[in-house]
Design a protein around this ligand. Sequence first.
Ligand code: ADP
Length: 382
Amino acid sequence: MSDERTLAEGMVEKIGEETGALTHETHMNGEKTPFVEKRPFRDHREGLMRIGELLGGPETAVIGDTSDIGAVGHRVVHGGEAFHEPTIIDDRVLEAIRDNIELAPLHNPPNLLGIEVAKSIFPDAVQVAVFDTAFHQTLPMPAFLYAIPYELYEKHRVRRYGFHGTSHAYVCERASAYLETSLEGLRLITLHLGNGASMAAVKDGKCIDTTMGMTPLGGLVMGTRSGDVDPALPFFLADHLDMSLGDIDRVLNRESGLKGLCGSNDMREVIRMAQSGHDRARIALDVYIYRIRKFIGAYAAALEGLDAMVFTAGIGENAPTIRWRACEGLGHLGIALDRARNTVPGKGISEISAEGSRVRVLVVPTDEELRIAQETKRVIEK
Ligand code: ADP
C-alpha cells in the first residue's frame, strides 16, 4: 500500500454454472502475466478458496505465504443505518450485517460467506467491511425519508439508502485533488454510469442526495433496471397482467432499462443501433439521457448551485456522446463542454468542460478496489 501498486487482480465468473472461469493476473517486475482456469466453481466458497491458493501458488504467487496479508477489505453492499464508515469486522459487525439481510437479500449473504472464507484463508489478517451505503448516510432526513407511514421507517427501516458509495466517494476525492480545491465549500454532482447507474449530490464532501433508493432499483435508467417508475405500477401489473411479485421483480430488475426499451443492455450496442437508424434504440437513449438531465437540474437546486460534475464508470468514462447530450443546453446552469476535449479525453483524469465554463466537468476513472484498500488501511491504522 505504500505505493498503492496492484500486485494481482482477477475474478471468478459464472459461479454455480457449468462453464465457470477464473482469471488471475499477476503484476510483478513490471510485467503482467495472465492465468486462466476454465472449470465449474460450485459456489463462492470454492472460488475464493482457489483465489487464496493462487495468491501463494507456485506459478501465480505474489505473496510468500498467507501471513503476508495484513488485512482484507470486503465490499459489503448494505450497512443499513448501522454503519457510517468502514469498520473492522468483529462478531457485533457480523451480527449487524446479518440484521441487514432483509434489506439486501441477494448481496449480504454472499458477503458474509466471503468474510467467513477470507478468515479461514488468512487467519492472521484483520477483516474490514467497506459499505456501499456508508457514503450516503449523511443524507438529510428530507432526502432519505419516503412519505409513507412513519412506522415503516421506525420499525422496518424503510428509507432511501443509496449505493455505489465507494465509487462516488472515490471520484469526489480525486476530483477535489485534481481541481486543487478542498471538498469543503465544493458543490459536486457525481454520475456513476455503469450497468447499474446512480448520481449523487455532494456538498462539503458530504453526500446530500442520491438517485438510488432503499434498493438499487430506483433512480436512473440502467442496463436492465427501470429506475424510477410510478410506485403504483406493480398494482397494475398484478391486476391487469396477473403477474406475481416474483414476475414484477424480474421485469423491473432484469427486463427493463435499456434492455426493456430496445433489446440490448450494452450501451456500446445501443449507440451503434441508434446510429444505424434503429428507432427503439434512439428512444432508449432519449429516455436514458432525459432522466440524467432531470437529476442534474434537481441536484443543482438541492446543492443551491454547482461547481463541478464528474462522470465515471463504463459509460461515464467511455461514451462521449452520452456525456455531450447529458450536458447540452445546460449553459443556464453554467455547464459547457468542449467538443474536442469531450471526444478524446486524456488518460486518467481529464477535464472536458469548455474554457470559461463556470462548472468544471471531469471524467474520473473509478477504482472501487483501490478505494476499498485505502479505506481498509485507514481503519486499521486508526
Ligand atoms: P458494472 O456496473 O458492471 O461495473 P461498467 O462500469 O463496466 O459496469 O459499465 C458497463 C457499461 O459500460 C456497459 O453498458 C458498456 O456498454 C458501457 N461501455 C463500456 N465501454 C463503452 C464505450 N466505449 N462506449 C459506450 N459504452 C461503453
